[in-house]
Ligand binder design. Structure first.
Ligand code: ADP
Ligand code: MG
Length: 333
């Protein structure tokens, strides 16, 4: 157990929760998943351990993802999950930690309060909030405090956040509930309709990792998809092509591009000119979709870059905001 108070940053994502401890960096990186006993309601496991249990335990153990579309869908389970991760991060000593947590830019006051409340009940002394695009931009190393336009696009599990930042503030932004989970669902629906095969969430995500791509190039990867025949319900394997998955994801990726265009349209011309020149920085797990950067560049004519550690940017940026925790706390009062 830690002795002194530690300042902690939490990236409470729909897909992954990360905890950053001042002086140490990111110490927890786990899926936002909790295994619950369906009959007793008891929590059986949290994070990676819960993820591992799914499908390997009796039917009464179910996986719950307590965050949905960037906001809390199940308060009690979210609070228990945060408590578990804070303990695991070893930051609860004699004094409770002060916490900065990031939230999507588009959420309501009620949704914000729920995040604060969950973190307090999980054992924090005080909580400050920071907007996710700002955290992502800081974590990706963009010069957010300079008088120049920086554009960030963070594609997570539940939400895609696009923002232009200048002089420490968000100038224009868009948050849409189309991101990694939506792509998985699109793949499920496409395969059902076009290949006669039913696949689960995990398989759909794996297909996305293996052959998902946004931009057409010369090579056409193949993947053996395992699932169940739509008609007979029997196990079935079908070979699927990269181009089919690109087709499956096309509409959702189009919506992501639209969010970029709309954000630019609402950006003052000088700052938009900065963005045209300096480019768009991609963060979040969705930044790893093959060819997304190339597609963005070909559609918008703006250079696009994938951050070095896209899955860590929000946590690292929220962690850096710990240096201004007093200011952030004062802002809430
Ligand atoms: P959140 O902040 O919402 O928790 P993350 O930034 O952790 O989300 O990203 C999780 C999303 O990124 C998931 O939908 C996951 O499937 C997707 N993802 C992770 N790695 C890849 C990859 N290599 N290719 C495509 N998508 C990916
Ligand atoms: Mg995120």
């Amino acid at each position: 157990m830690g002795i002194l108070t530690k300042d902690v940053a939490i990236d409470l994502g729909t897909a992954n929760t990360l905890i950053y401890v001042k002086g140490k960096g990111v110490v927890i990186r786990e899926p936002s998943v909790v295994a619950v006993d369906r009959y007793t309601g008891k929590i059986v496991a949290v994070g990676s351990e819960a993820n591992h249990m799914i499908g390997r335990t009796p039917d009464n153990i179910i996986a719950v993802r307590p965050m949905k579309d960037g906001v809390i869908a199940d308060f009690d389970i979210t609070q228990a999950m945060i408590k578990h991760f804070i303990r695991k991060a070893d930051v609860v000593g004699i004094m409770k930690p002060r916490v900065v947590v990031c939230i999507p830019s588009g959420i309501t006051e009620v949704e914000r309060r729920a995040v604060e409340e969950a973190v307090i009940q999980a054992g924090a002394k005080e909580v400050a909030l920071i907007e996710e695009p700002m955290a992502a931009a800081i974590g990706a190393g963009l010069p957010v405090n300079r008088a120049t336009g920086s554009m960030i696009m963070d594609i997570g599990g539940g939400t895609t956040e696009v923002a232009v930042i200048s002089m420490g503030g968000i100038v224009s932004s868009r948050s849409i509930r189309v991101a990694g989970d939506a792509l998985d669902n699109a793949i499920i629906n496409y395969l059902k309709k076009n290949a006669g095969i039913n696949v689960g969430d995990k398989m759909a995500e794996e297909i996305k990792f293996e052959i998902g791509s946004a931009y057409e190039d010369d090579d056409e990867a193949l993947f053996d998809v395992r699932g169940r025949d739509v008609q007979t319900g029997l196990p079935k394997t079908v070979q699927i092509k990269e181009s089919q998955i690109r087709e499956a994801m096309r509409e959702n990726i189009g919506e992501m591009l639209e969010a970029v265009k709309l954000t630019l349209e609402h950006t003052p011309p000088e700052l938009a000119a900065d963005v045209m020149e300096r480019g768009i920085m991609l963060t979040g797990g969705g930044a790893l979709i093959k060819g997304l950067d190339r597609l963005l560049t070909s559609v918008t004519k703006i250079p696009a870059y994938v951050a070095e550690y896209p899955l860590d940017c929000v946590a690292v940026g929220t962690g850096k905001a710990l240096d201004n925790i007093k200011e952030l706390l004062a802002r809430r009062k």
